[in-house]
Structures are given as structure tokens and as C-alpha cells.
Design a protein. Structure first.
Ligand SMILES: NC(=O)c1ccc[n+]([C@@H]2O[C@H](COP(=O)([O-])OP(=O)(O)OC[C@H]3O[C@@H](n4cnc5c(N)ncnc54)[C@H](O)[C@@H]3O)[C@@H](O)[C@H]2O)c1
Length: 380
């Protein structure tokens, strides 16, 4: 198969969809890989490394899109890319269709096959291509929180781990899933006094077993949250209710109960945020202050650490990309239920229920769709 890797053009996106190691894996299997010039530079991979691994370097985005039967990307295509995507071309990337109607219509009209990283799903309902970015964001949440607690950044002026003779900072983590666990682990490692609140008792039992002694768990409810915020120095929002907006566990009115300089890092901001006063910010301007409480609400935290994020993402995506290249999307999706869940839009049809529901579009069952396309494998 011919596989093309364009350079990401979304603002401040430095990740790339394949590393030179990934190119080597694919070309060793007899596939042709095309990489747009400088696509990997933001993640530390120069064109020469890709060429050495067997890729052909193409100078423009137009030539790169035109070269591939499968386009492998990181971010959802943005408007200038819509017209570059052709009928029957397979596009394997994050799409987040439900949050962008113009993208959904553009992909339906293109006739392409859109396999979305974020809906590839394992039997246990985990999302293997979202987990790596949650791991990055969780670890970063503590790092950023510790930074903004410093006085020059208008934080309380407290060192997360304290020092001998001085108590450490108190960190409250709302949600003990992937983000929350990684955030708590980092905070505990730095010596902070950490509390994780979640609704799931089995999850808290697990966390209680595996976390060090300076991490405790507590049931998430309004009473406990109101008590904990009074003396928390850093509060990390990491809740997720799949397919729904995050609940506002901290309301605007609760800010007055916090101490001046308390830092809020709402990682769940991409789902609306679990802190009412959080609105999405960018890496250029990541924070704002309301009622003396500092808010950090960057919606694409992993974008700030592209070296780590690219490797974390491609470690997870490459096995799927190889399967798609080896079998073609039709057979790969028939054989592998995880990949099948990733199909969102294909040959002009919406085959993912959440996307059809979001925009009231006709829905085609993915199994019926695959059965009807078997035998006409134009991209395979
Ligand atoms: N800002 C970013 O750059 C970025 C990056 C990655 C992930 N995220 C977001 O971070 C959020 C968390 O992701 P995740 O991968 O950890 O999800 P997850 O499903 O692994 O964990 C969510 C946890 O929240 C818990 N929860 C649900 N309701 C709760 C409540 N009322 N109180 C306390 N806990 C509650 C669940 O029991 C679960 O343990 C998501 O919104 C995700 O999109 C943001």
C-alpha cells in the first residue's frame, strides 16, 4: 500500500503521525511510504532520518495527499485540507467529528474512508488511541500545576513537595481514571499530600492498592469536594463521563472558599470542563485568574511536548496502521472489531452512531456497510 504522512498544519501542532522507526516497519513489509518535507521536524525527526528509513520525501502537502492510498495524520483535517482528500482514500487520524459539522459534511462529500483514532475501542471498552494522550496530559497537569503555584506566576508560592520541617502542598485530583492516576502519581513522586476523588469504588480500591502512602482516595460528592477545596493548593480536574459533557464539580460560587493563589488545572476542559469557570486556553496564553484563583485550561496539553507525545501516540497507532496496510481497510475492519469501531464516515455514509446523532444525519450500520462493500475493495 502507498502510505502518506502530511505535515500537520493546525496551529501549534508539532506532532507527526509516523516516526522513522514506523516508516522502517512499513517499508520492510513492502509498503511505499511518502513523508512531506519537514513533517517530523517539530518532534525531532529530520527528513534525512525518514529517507534513511525508506520514505520518499515530497515537497508539498498537495503532492503528499495525492501520493497515498492511506493518509496517516495526527489532528483532524482542517479546512484547507478538505479538498485534498479524495474518494476511496483511507484517512487514519483523530477526527472528533461530533464537535465539527463542517468537517463531517466535507468528509461525507469526499467519499473517503475516515477511521478515527478516538473511537477505536477494545473489548473492555477502553480507548487505546486516546490513552497515551491522557497519560501525557495527566503527568503534565502536575508539572504545570507545580510551576503555576510559584509566586511570580501568581500562585500561592508553595513548593509541591515542601522541605524537611515544612509541610508539602495539598493536591486534590477529581477523577481517578487515566489522567487522574498519572497526575496523582507525579504529585506523589514530588512529595505532595494527594487526594483522588472518584465515584467508582472498584477504581478507588485499585488505586488504594497501587498508590504510595501519600495518596489517599475519597468518594466524590459535593460535601467532600467543598471541604477539600478549602485547603487544597492544586486542584486537577480529570473526570470523564463518556459521550457527555463533564459535570461541574466546582462551581463559580465555590471559588470564594479557596485560598488566594490556589491553582486549578482542568484537564477535562476538552469535554466542557469539570470546573464551571474554566474555558479553553492555548499554550500561548494558558492561564487566567478569577477571584484570585489561577485557572490553567489548555485543551491540547500534549501539543506542548511533541517529542514525548509523538512517540507515545505512534507506539499505539503503528500496529493498527500496519494491519490496515497489510489487509486493506475492508478486511482489517472485518477481522478486527477494535478497528471496526474506528470507522466513522465511509464512502459518503455515516457509519458511527454518535456522529449521525450529533448532526441528525442518516446512519448506516457498520456491519451492514462492510458486508455490502466486501468484494469492491477499491482502496485495498
Ligand atoms: N486537555 C487535554 O489536553 C487533554 C488530554 C487528554 C485527555 N483529556 C481529557 O481528560 C479527561 C479525563 O480523561 P481520562 O482518560 O482520564 O478518562 P477516564 O475515563 O480514564 O477517567 C475518568 C474518571 O472520572 C471518573 N468520574 C466520573 N464522574 C466523576 C465525578 N462526578 N467525580 C469524580 N470522578 C468522576 C470516572 O469514574 C473515571 O475514573 C477527559 O475529558 C479527556 O478528554 C484532556
Amino acid at each position: 500500500m502507498r502510505i502518506a504522512v502530511p505535515k500537520e498544519i493546525k496551529n501549534n501542532e508539532n506532532r507527526v503521525a509516523l516516526t522513522p522507526a514506523g516508516v522502517k516497519e512499513l517499508s520492510n513489509r513492502g509498503h511505499e511510504v511518502f513523508v512531506q518535507a519537514t513533517a517530523g521536524i517539530g518532534s525531532g525527526f529530520p527528513d534525512e532520518a525518514y529517507a534513511k528509513a525508506g520514505a520518499t520525501i515530497l515537497p508539498t502537502i498537495e503532492e503528499t495527499y495525492a501520493a497515498g492510498d492511506m493518509i496517516v495524520k495526527v489532528k483532524e483535517p482542517i479546512e484547507p485540507e478538505y479538498k485534498l482528500i479524495k474518494k476511496d482514500q483511507l484517512v487514519f487520524t483523530y477526527f472528533h467529528f461530533a464537535s465539527c459539522e463542517p468537517l463531517t459534511h466535507a468528509m461525507i462529500e469526499s467519499g473517503s474512508v475516515c477511521l478515527a483514532y478516538e473511537t477505536v475501542e477494545k473489548e473492555d471498552r477502553s480507548l487505546p488511541l486516546l490513552v497515551p494522550m491522557s497519560e501525557v496530559a495527566g503527568r503534565m497537569a502536575t508539572q504545570e500545576g507545580a510551576h503555576y503555584l510559584e509566586k511570580p506566576y501568581r500562585g500561592r508560592g508553595i513548593l509541591l513537595g515542601g522541605v524537611p520541617g515544612v509541610k508539602p502542598a495539598k493536591v486534590l485530583v477529581l477523577g481517578g481514571g487515566v489522567v487522574g492516576t498519572q497526575a496523582a502519581k507525579m504529585a506523589a513522586g514530588m512529595g505532595a499530600d494527594v487526594t483522588i476523588m472518584d465515584l467508582s469504588l472498584p477504581r478507588m480500591r485499585y488505586l488504594d492498592d497501587v498508590m504510595p502512602a501519600n495518596v489517599r482516595t475519597q468518594m466524590s460528592n459535593e460535601y467532600n469536594i467543598r471541604e477539600a477545596i478549602k485547603d487544597a493548593d492544586l486542584i486537577i480536574g480529570a473526570v470523564l463521563i463518556p459521550g457527555a459533557k463533564a459535570p461541574h464539580l466546582i462551581t463559580r460560587e465555590m471559588l470564594k472558599d479557596m485560598r488566594p493563589g490556589t491553582v486549578l488545572v482542568d484537564v477535562a476542559v476538552d469535554q466542557g470542563g469539570c470546573i464551571e469557570t474554566c474555558t479553553p486556553t492555548t499554550h500561548e496564553n494558558p492561564t487566567f485568574i478569577i477571584d484570585d484563583v489561577l485557572h490553567y485550561c489548555v485543551a491540547n496539553m500534549p501539543g506542548a511536548v511533541p517529542y514525548t507525545s509523538t512517540l507515545a501516540l505512534t507506539n499505539a497507532t503503528l500496529p493498527y496502521a500496519i494491519e490496515l496496510a497489510e489487509k486493506g481497510w475492508t478486511k482489517a475492519c472485518q477481522d478486527n472489531a477494535e478497528l471496526r469501531k474506528g470507522l466513522n464516515v465511509a464512502n459518503g455514509k455515516v457509519v458511527y452512531k454518535g456522529v449521525s446523532d450529533a448532526f441528525n444525519l442518516p446512519y448506516t450500520d457498520v456491519d451492514e456497510f462492510l458486508a455490502s462493500t466486501a468484494g469492491s475493495m477499491s482502496v485495498d
